[in-house]
Write a protein that binds this ligand. Sequence first.
Ligand code: SAH
Ligand code: SF4
Length: 387
Amino acid sequence: MNHPIARTPEEWAAALAARGERAFVAKQVFGWIHKKGVVDPSKMTNLSAKLRQALADEKLSEWMTLDHVHHSADKTRKLVLRLADGVTIETVLLPSVSGPGSPADIDADSAAAPDDDEDDEAEAAPLPNVVRVTQCISTQVGCAMGCVFCASGVAGLKRHLEAHEIVGQVLAGKALLGDNEQLRNVVFMGMGEPLHNYDATARALKLLTHPEGIGLSTRRVTVSTSGLVPEIERLGKDFGGQVALAISLHAADDSTRSAIMPINRKYPIGELMAALRAYPLPKRRRITIEYTLVAGKNDGPDQAHRLSQLLRGVRVKVNLIPMNPIAASALGPSDWERVLSFQKVLTDAGYSCFVRRRRGDDVSAACGQLALLGAKPKVKGFKEGRL
Ligand code: SAH
Ligand code: SF4
């Protein structure tokens, strides 16, 4: 059974009809939680006292505590959230660096966010001085995929997150945004493999993009995967290709990829590329290829040429990420010259290829660094009347 925070408006309607409530009340409750970010029933002022009490009895607001917020010098914020069973998870807010509309927007850790030039729908122009924020969220505590360069992979899987725990990260993040900040993109690039936790991820996607809730545009939500082929197909079918897809490729040949990403032994590169070609990508949109450059493992010029051949004919953009060091591994980032030569091979071959800058490094918020923290709770609850 889903937690009430993860109910759709239709499910609220069914649950409340059983109590004799009328249909519009379901919309009101859903709107309080997802549009206004209010989960304390006593603050839901347009509901009857009887219903507010019933919602309080469902323990609507007692499921997540803001444990700590780490502020980075570059304005990145890492939130540590404590779940009902005491486990902590992390989510990161990444404000755009050089203001709205700047190309530098996409040259950050938020690089998997869609480019503005890919817009194929009319969208309201951003207000002046509004800082667009990308939020990076987690889907599991740890990860079972065991990629050797990743803190979550080294930790192993502790448990899946439920849909309300995934969406709750966004509610918590939104509650911390400044008056001039606007949540623009959500990327499933925190702890865990989203497609290994498919049902909760799919439900979270539906809730985050529901027009009566947070209302994110589907193409501004990016699911990043290490390459679970059947679930890539499922995601394509379930969302008609509208959800933005990022693939953690990290190598262009099977032996290199299997050595750093064990999932490649199950779904080798050939099968993964076939799934990408079959993904029902809307026109003018591209799949993001993530390529973490690990010194001496996958960063040579021959590997860059091989990657360029492998991606031929697929609509992609490539993000190169010099590996962020993690405590549990002696592997490290490629030096800058090697990164630039790797990028040059791809740009010379006609690909859009960006190098991601490291963000939030001083608070261990960069890609692959989210780990399992054991700190004691420090801050209970978010802003008043919220979570
Ligand atoms: N499990 C999913 C999403 C979470 S990881 C996936 O693998 O795609 C998000 C991104 O961070 C992936 O591209 C992943 O390969 C990358 N990453 C993991 N550890 C990293 C590290 N130490 N340095 C740089 N990128 C890393
Ligand atoms: Fe899991 Fe992604 Fe880390 Fe690999 S890179 S271990 S799939 S979180």
